[in-house]
Write a new protein. Structure first.
Lengths: 333, 280, 446
């Protein structure tokens, strides 16, 4: 165990080349090699089968659905639904028409929410992990406490926030208006412009423990000697943060930020429960828009087209992000 | 680190204090609401109930078949975790220890599934399950099996990614030594790699479990009343006419407690498992 | 020992087999409740949740279904589904071809579900098996499908909007009778809106509304608009932006905006429970909700505390006297049902006069058939309800795009109410533009 931990800490990649097919030690090289060629595929088989069955097969079907005219009229015989080609896409992408305009607006709002949530959750994760790093007593307890928002069932967590944010009976107004006197009157958090910020706060509350956890783990792998050496050179904690900590956890950050962004962009439950099923325009995420177009208005063709566009967008962003950050990450082999 | 400036210490204390406040505010509301009688929940906000009661913790089992939902959740999450870890270990073993055509494609493909919007393939998956039922008689809709298969696949990408990262850090020297002893590939996996990978396996198990535990969208479509899980079932406390807020909170606390306790106990393993796995 | 070739082949076989076996074992161990055995002797019935809890619904329905089994020998497998999930489940059942034999549907969904072609049609011959269409309330019959097409459902339970008022608050304000016209309604409500704790802000309101629910918003818009003469669909095409429709919505928004008889916080009310709480807590004097039956018992209210009146009407010239739309639940049969005659028997049983009496009395709803009588229907609430449905109720638009209408129009009205709550009630031009956009979305099929 200590061997691998050391190699991990120093960032040296595993010895190259030894993953190749092993030389036939016993001399029956030819047949052994052939058998071994098949072995990895056999080990891969269950995962491959499941991915095809659950992820890729239905995904492709969804893409096909987006090219069909599939509304309530065709649902019962969906295999005979008429081909619509790119018709659904034309409707969705037409920004002058209500459907396209509404989708575009949701897209912008979702992008804004994602950027704010990821940036804040990441910052809180770093702040929390770094602060907790040096604590001895109570570290385990605080660490567990910080995990709770992530561990709570979505419905419970979000409904509690809904409770908190109610204008008349909610805790937030009770504290801000009645107890602290910071606001003149009860404010709206669940409708109106504040709803955007409410959504951000709730998402941050639920997502930041994930960032905290991953960064906390990554911090463990930074050797203390680096900090010792730098503090002997007179570096204060802030400089250490910038020069040592952040660069050392850069590979983790790369994945973490991507995962957080993808999760937030696709989130459905949080806005759905927070706004009682009817999100105000200012906080209308794209997942709700798609849901409305599939399950509420029965137009699965249109909803699928929106989903495919969302997927393409996410793939584009992910690809671009990985390309840009790959160049910067020194630890990547 | 030896020297800590006063400013830094203050920053640390303030940060931890604010984070604790941020995390705890809703939790406090949950706990105090869970012990209030319903009429106190519905009226103006009060920090503490005037007559705290544990009735919600009792009533919550009968208002909604919480016990059944809980059992369903535990069964589905446990089995899908065990299976997903097994399947992921096999796949990660292949990806980590062999170079074969299709290796990179497989890795990227599996990673790309993280971008699939659930709503896109929800209905097709449902239809696929129905077709399997018609063709083979194996019922997947409304059964725990269908949910297990779905969740186990959802957990695979992240599990495979973490396991591959971790396996890469286990030196090939150990492999070679075992092969010299005449170990076949499976035996090598079981007796050499798995023991060394215990921490990451624990970490992956916890993430898989929590994914299965908390998923709502697919559960709402793929379960019947008999097989419903807790994540969907909690919504049943809110009917058209009345919302039993205190019972919702009580149920949420009770239902989350096992996970939080498990995390408390397994913390060390998780962070150790994520350490080497995270640095790639 | 030579582990070599033979061992690894065997291990590999085992490895490949393991996953497959594990999955099958998981299947066998986990198979949930699906029925086996003789299909024709069992009917699957999806009932909607009509009472505050699924358990309570089962307690009401199961004894009745046992009577059915005793009469016909056919067993019924009952599943009670909350309305929030019911439509999704029906959609997936429609798409997959695998679903119940008999099912309840929200009656406003009838035209949309009719368009899927998955439900059995009820032509006059079928209706005769139930005793003829004449047994049913004619307004209820209009909710069974699109105009001019063969109905696909049979009315089962009905509800209409009614005015519920808080007797105590009425007494205190010196209001002797509930308002009969919409104009009176506003003036009465204004008398009932007061500041009771002296902080300068009203905390008792004339009316409470469930502001954040799209379907409810669409109901109000429809009732008020239709009362002023609005037509929402013409020849199957949406015509939402008529001046009457705009005026109807303006009236609704003004209650919170210009008239100030509704608490702005009500724009956040996502559940009926929020409205009932305000009513029961003496924070709101009136509410306009669908037939409640025993629902308010949960809030410890009896007819000593609250009274029921018909929905106000339009005194304006040219206005139609529309009290409500016809709400409620219908019952349908899937075409994929194995035992059609058994299914028809079940529908016949549930729409028979005795069963209609028992079930509607238990649920507090209006019987769909005229020949269901009993003491339960002699309460003031029930008498008003039955009168409304017979004389003053119209169905929601009888077009396949009805659900889109409710969703899209409702969502817009919710947004306008939110704007009103934050102090910016939209004017007629904005509402008209919004309605036009909603109509555009419905036309685009989105």
């Amino acid at each position: 165990m200590s061997i691998s931990a050391d190699s991990a800490r120093s960032g040296v990649p595993a010895a190259p080349g030894t993953g190749d097919r092993p030389a036939g030690v016993d001399g029956r090289a030819g047949r052994a090699r052939k058998r071994h060629r098949r072995t990895p595929y056999l080990f891969l088989l269950p995962a491959l089968a499941l991915e095809l069955f659950v992820h890729f097969g239905p995904m492709l079907a969804g893409v096909v659905m987006s090219c069909l005219k599939l509304t309530q009229y065709q649902l019962a015989q969906w295999w005979a639904a008429p081909w619509a080609g790119l018709g659904n896409y034309r409707v969705v992408l037409d920004l002058d028409q209500p459907v396209g305009a509404s989708l575009f607006k949701s897209f912008l709002i979702t992008a804004a929410v994602t950027v704010i949530v990821v940036a804040t959750a990441w910052t809180l994760g770093v702040a929390g992990a770094v602060s907790l790093q040096r604590m001895k007593r109570g570290r385990g307890l605080l660490r567990t406490l910080f995990l709770v928002p992530y561990a709570l069932p979505v419905f419970a967590a979000v409904i509690t926030w809904r409770f908190l944010l109610q204008r008349d009976n909610g805790m937030l107004n009770h504290v801000l208006v009645d107890q602290l006197g910071l606001l003149p009157g009860n404010a709206f958090y669940l409708i109106g412009p504040n709803s955007f910020w409410s959504l951000c706060v709730v998402e941050i509350w639920r997502e930041w423990p994930f960032a905290f956890l991953m960064i906390m783990a990554a911090l463990q792998s930074i050797p203390d000697e680096l900090y010792e050496a730098s503090s002997m050179d007179g570096a204060g904690p802030w400089r250490q943060l910038r020069r040592i900590t952040l660069p050392m956890i850069a590979p983790v950050n790369q994945v973490l930020i991507l995962v957080l962004a993808l999760r937030t962009f696709r989130d459905f439950e949080t806005p759905y429960v927070l706004f009682g099923g009817s999100a105000p325009d200012q906080a209308r995420l794209i997942s709700l828009e798609i849901y409305q177009n599939s399950f509420l208005t029965f137009n699965f063709g249109l909803g699928s087209a929106m989903s495919v566009l969302l997927l393409l967008f996410l793939m584009l962003v992910t690809g671009g992000y990985l390309a840009v950050t790959r160049r910067r990450t020194s630890l990547d082999a | 680190m030896t020297h800590e400036t006063l400013g830094y210490r203050v920053f640390r204390r303030v940060t931890l204090g604010l984070l604790t406040l941020f995390v705890c505010a809703p939790l406090v509301v949950m706990v105090t609401t869970a012990v209030k009688p319903l009429d106190q929940v519905q009226s103006g906000f009060r920090w503490l109930p005037t007559e705290p009661t544990l009735r919600p913790f009792v009533d919550m089992w009968s208002t909604v078949p919480l016990a059944r939902y809980f059992v369903n959740s535990v069964v589905v999450a446990t089995i899908s975790t065990v299976l997903s870890v097994t399947v992921a270990v096999f796949a990660a073993y292949a990806v980590s220890r062999w170079r074969f055509p299709g290796r990179e494609t497989f890795r990227l493909a599996v990673l790309s599934t993280q971008m699939f919007p659930g709503i896109l393939f929800l209905l097709p998956l449902f239809l696929l399950f129905v077709m399997v039922d018609r063709g083979t008689g194996l019922t997947l809709v409304g059964t725990r099996t269908g949910l297990v298969i779905t969740y186990l696949t959802f957990a695979l990408p992240y599990a495979i990614w973490m396991l591959v990262s971790y396996f890469e850090t286990i030196p090939r020297g150990l492999d070679d030594a075992a092969k010299v002893d005449g170990c076949g590939p499976l035996r090598l996996l079981v007796s050499v790699l798995l023991p060394a990978a215990r921490p990451v396996i624990v970490a992956v198990s916890i993430f898989s479990f929590m994914l299965a535990w908390g998923e709502v969208l697919f559960a709402s479509v793929l379960t019947s009343e008999q097989t419903r899980t807790v994540s969907v079932g909690l919504q049943s406390y809110a009917s058209e006419a009345n919302v039993y807020w205190n019972q919702v909170m009580a149920a949420s606390l009770v239902v989350s407690a096992p996970i939080v306790v498990a995390f408390l106990l397994l913390q060390r393993h998780i962070t150790a498992g994520m350490t080497a796995g995270a640095v790639k | 020992m030579d582990w070599g070739k033979g061992m690894s082949a065997r291990w590999r076989g085992a490895a490949a087999g393991f996953a497959a076996v594990a999955l099958v074992m998981a299947g066998a161990a986990c198979a949930g409740g699906s029925d086996a055995g003789d299909k024709t002797a069992v009917l699957t019935y999806w009932a909607s949740q009509q009472s505050p809890s699924v358990q309570h619904d089962k307690e009401i329905l199961e004894p009745e279904l046992r009577k059915f089994t005793a009469q016909t020998g056919v067993r019924v497998e009952l599943e009670v589904i909350p309305f929030t999930e019911l439509l999704n489940k029906i959609l997936t059942a429609t798409t997959s071809g695998q679903g119940p034999d008999v099912l309840n549907i929200g009656n406003t969904w009838s035209p949309s579900l009719q368009a899927t072609g998955a439900l059995v049609g009820w032509d006059p011959a079928m209706m005769d098996k139930l005793g003829g269409a004449g047994r049913f309330e004619s307004a209820a019959l209009q909710t069974t499908g699109a105009d001019g097409a063969t109905p696909v459902a049979v009315p089962l339970y009905n509800k209409v909007y009614q005015l519920y008022y808080n007797k105590k608050l009425f007494r205190e304000a010196g209001v002797s009778a509930p308002p009969a016209t919409w104009d009176d309604f506003v003036t009465t409500a204004q008398k009932l809106t007061k500041d009771t704790d002296g902080d300068g802000k009203p905390d008792q309101w004339g009316l409470a509304v469930r502001g954040q629910a799209a379907t409810v918003a669409s109901h109000y818009a429809y009732i008020l608009g239709s009362g002023l003469g609005a037509q929402y669909f013409a020849g199957g095409k949406p015509t939402f932006d008529s001046p009457a429709a705009v005026a109807g919505i303006e009236r609704y928004l003004s209650w919170m905006g210009k008239d100030k008889i509704v608490n702005p916080s009500d724009a956040e009310n996502a559940d009926w429970a929020d409205v009932y709480e305000a009513f029961a807590g003496n924070k709101a004097a009136m509410m306009l909700v669908q037939t409640l039956g025993q629902t308010l018992k949960d809030y410890k209210l009896t007819d000593q505390n609250y009274g029921v009146a018909p929905m106000p009407s339009n005194a304006a010239a040219g206005g139609r006297d529309i009290g409500s739309f016809v709400g409620g639940t219908n019952i349908s049969i899937f075409k994929s049902a194995d035992n059609l005659s058994g299914a028809v028997d079940l529908v016949k049983f549930l729409t028979s006069a005795p069963e209609q009496t028992v079930l509607n009395a238990a649920y507090g709803t209006i019987p769909a058939v005229k020949d269901a009588t009993g003491p339960a229907f002699e309460t003031p609430e029930m008498k008003i309800a039955r009168d409304t449905i017979a004389n003053r109720a119209i169905p929601m638009p009888r077009v396949p795009q009805e659900t889109q209408f409710e969703t899209l129009l409702g969502k817009d009205v919710v947004g306008w109410l939110a704007a009103t709550a934050t102090g910016q009630q939209p004017d007629a031009a904005q509402i008209s533009a919004g309605l036009k956009a909603a109509a555009g979305k419905v036309s685009a099929g989105g």
